[in-house]
Write a protein that binds this ligand. Structure first.
Ligand code: PMP
Ligand code: GLU
Length: 441
């Protein structure tokens, strides 16, 4: 049975609305003052700051690999820099790099109809996501309904704010640990309306660590195809595949854009941050397909051309090197994430009251900790929600993790632990988590 989908609060009002507060005439826009800060970034920065101050914090906050960028990638950037590749370049990237990406998605992801012109390179996947939302969504005309963005939740913290910033209205599809946090095709079908403009999928998932199978994605593709023909002609799938190379649970990654019947209405988001340990480089890319994909990429080019132009010029050769020469590095890191996934999941599921599916991809576990709500920590702090749980865990046992509230849906019951850290770090952190739980009364 499809479970209910819920709409969130309405998106911010259009930019022409008067600002909420006007202190002496100086103000920031209502649009941005109403924007939620990223919880993942906030907790990560706080933990890093404490570590820098010498506090013995074990952080499970950061969604970034602890590995260094492979040397060959660094060398490519250094060589380009020294050779003088320091000028403006084409907005969406030079044709050589775009060709390497087009060939990669054609070969590895089996997405049809992708030429270099269907590829756009942005300053990280997050910048690409912002640009995609701005190019796809609109604030509604007076008396019209807002474009709807279907989002299976819990989901990464940036999707809803960036979609709402562009005028979209989030329609949540509820998922749970029992279904590995995956939405079914029936649930998606039930959430589609004539206003549906975007369906966001993220497999492997941040924060859930689980993955859709090929069969599940094909069933969703069928629903999208049928809806596009009948109820929702403007529906587009945004498939965020940034964790595609971090899979260790036996579920092969599958790109929904490879289903020919809907390929033209799938926008695939990817980037080098996770697979090649390049978070600080800010290299993300979008691929589209077919005639409409080309139109869409032109609109992204126009917006990015006004915003940032190209990413750092000497990063382009580094992207080519990563994609062409560093598969073994990606596999080595993935194998380490697989060992860590097993360790952290084994430790967690032995602890009283923690429940979560075994991660099969990405580097997150997302246990349900709500069995402990209503208790007090050893230090006397009430634990009523994920935020309380994380605050007390950090203050009393010096473990940083991200509270689940901002991931939406039943996130308030969950806490995200990133295991992009050593096995020793995990073992120590789980000892501390165990002590914290033992102290709850
Ligand atoms: N998508 C997901 C699901 C993520 O977790 C992240 C992490 N930041 C991104 C996109 C964007 O990453 P980046 O901007 O570093 O490419
Ligand atoms: N995506 C990573 C995370 O979820 C990095 C921080 C962010 O961009 O949200 O932690």
């Amino acid at each position: 049975m499809p479970t209910s989908s819920a709409s969130r609060a309405s998106p911010p009002t259009p930019p022409t609305a008067p600002a909420a507060s006007d202190k002496g005439g100086l103000r920031v826009s209502k649009r941005v003052s109403g924007l939620k800060p990223s919880a993942t970034v906030a907790v990560t920065n706080r933990a890093k700051e404490l570590v820098k101050q010498g506090v013995d914090v074990l952080s499970f906050a950061a969604g970034e690999p602890d590995f260094d960028t492979p040397v060959a990638i660094k060398r490519a950037a250094i060589d380009a820099l020294m050779a003088g590749q320091t000028k403006y370049m084409p907005t969406m990237g030079d044709v050589e790099t775009r060709r390497v990406i087009a060939e990669k998605v054609t070969r590895e992801n089996r997405i049809p109809g992708v030429t270099p012109e269907h590829v756009g390179i942005s300053a990280g996947g997050k910048h690409a996501l912002y640009t995609i939302c701005q190019c796809l969504l609109d604030f509604p005309e007076r008396n019209a309904r807002a474009p709807e963005v279907i989002l299976p939740v819990p989901a990464w913290v940036s999707y809803a704010p960036l979609a709402e910033l562009a005028g979209g209205k989030i329609v949540e599809v509820q998922t749970s640990p029992e279904s590995d946090f995956k939405a079914t095709a029936e649930q998606i079908a039930a959430a589609i309306t004539p206003e549906s403009r975007m369906l966001i999928l993220n497999s492997p998932s941040n924060p859930c660590g689980t993955m859709y199978t090929e069969a599940e994605l094909r069933a969703i593709a069928k629903v999208v195809e049928e809806a596009a023909a009948k109820t929702a002609p403007g529906l587009v799938v945004l498939s965020d595949e940034i964790y595609e190379k971090i899979t260790y649970g036996g579920v092969p990654h599958f790109s929904i854009g490879s289903v020919p019947e809907i390929a033209e209405r799938v926008i695939t988001l990817n980037g080098l941050s996770k697979a090649y340990a390049m978070t600080g480089w800010r290299a993300g890319y979008t691929t589209t397909s077919g005639a409409w994909g080309l139109e869409f990429m032109k609109s992204m080019t126009t917006l990015q051309g006004q915003m940032t132009t190209n990413i750092t010029s000497f990063v382009f050769p580094a992207i080519r090197t990563a994609l062409k020469e560093c598969e073994a590095d990606a596999q080595r890191m993935c194998a380490a994430f697989g060992r860590r996934a097993e360790l952290i999941h084994r430790r967690m599921t032995r602890m009283p009251g923690l429940k979560c599916p075994q991660p099969t991809g990405a580097f997150y576990v997302f246990p349900d900790v709500a069995a402990h709500y209503g208790k007090r920590s050893a230090g006397g702090k009430p634990v009523e929600c994920a935020l309380d749980f994380c605050e007390a865990l950090l203050a009393e046992n010096r473990v940083a993790a991200v509270p689940g509230e901002d991931f939406g849906g039943r996130g308030v019951r969950h806490v995200r632990f990133s295991f992009a850290c050593s096995e020793e770090h995990i073992a120590k952190g789980m000892d501390r988590l165990g002590e914290f739980l033992a102290g709850l009364r």
